[in-house]
Design a binder for this molecule. Structure first.
Ligand SMILES: Cc1cc2nc3c(=O)[nH]c(=O)nc-3n(C[C@H](O)[C@H](O)[C@H](O)COP(=O)(O)O)c2cc1C
Length: 158
């Protein structure tokens, strides 16, 4: 069973978060692939028909990266063409602001996944990937919460 994790990381924090999440999924025998939305084509991921999809975005200029949302829409179209769906999806958002200040953007990202008709179930919460400064690193709280989030996802998909 395969999970794809996409991110839109400029400074490497979103990528690091994706790698830590991947390690948790790998322990449960998932094959995990990680890629940047700029370089991985939605058609390629759809072709591999993964079981799960994790979409990450970064909060920049008050909004979640449009590139991640565009990727998701294209992925949906590719899935529709192939008449297939992924079983589950979830998302994360990296940001500098306090988590409470990003609630709207986080919820919108979850909504973007829910609008995607080819993801059967969407985890209703988003993982907050707070960074200490724009260039990182991830805060200690974030590193702790990645583990917790990953474990919750695993029990939710059982
Ligand atoms: C041009 C720019 C605008 C940003 N605007 C915001 C913002 O509005 N709110 C926020 O919390 N972080 C903001 N940030 C910080 C980014 O969220 C942070 O750089 C990113 O999440 C780090 O992830 P990455 O290393 O994967 O790129 C901004 C960063 C840049 C470069």
């Amino acid at each position: 069973m395969k999970i794809w994790i996409l991110h839109d990381s400029h400074y490497g924090n979103g990528e690091k978060l994706a790698e830590q999440l991947a390690d948790i999924f790998k322990k449960m025998a998932f094959e995990v692939k990680i890629g940047n939305v700029k370089f991985v084509k939605p058609a390629q991921v759809a072709k591999e028909a993964p079981e799960g999809l994790v979409v990450g975005a970064a909060l920049r200029m008050f909004m979640a990266s449009p590139a991640s949302k565009r990727w998701l829409r294209k992925f949906n179209r590719e899935q529709k063409k192939r008449q297939q769906a992924v079983n589950f999806g979830c998302c994360f958002l990296t940001h500098v602001w306090k988590r409470e200040r990003c609630t709207l953007q986080g919820k919108r990202l979850v909504k973007a996944l829910q609008k995607t008709t080819t993801i059967k179930k969407v985890f209703p919460e988003w993982l907050s990937g707070r960074v200490e400064t724009a260039e990182g690193p991830l805060t200690k709280e974030t590193i702790k919460s990645i583990q917790e989030f990953g474990e919750r996802i695993l029990s939710w998909i059982k």
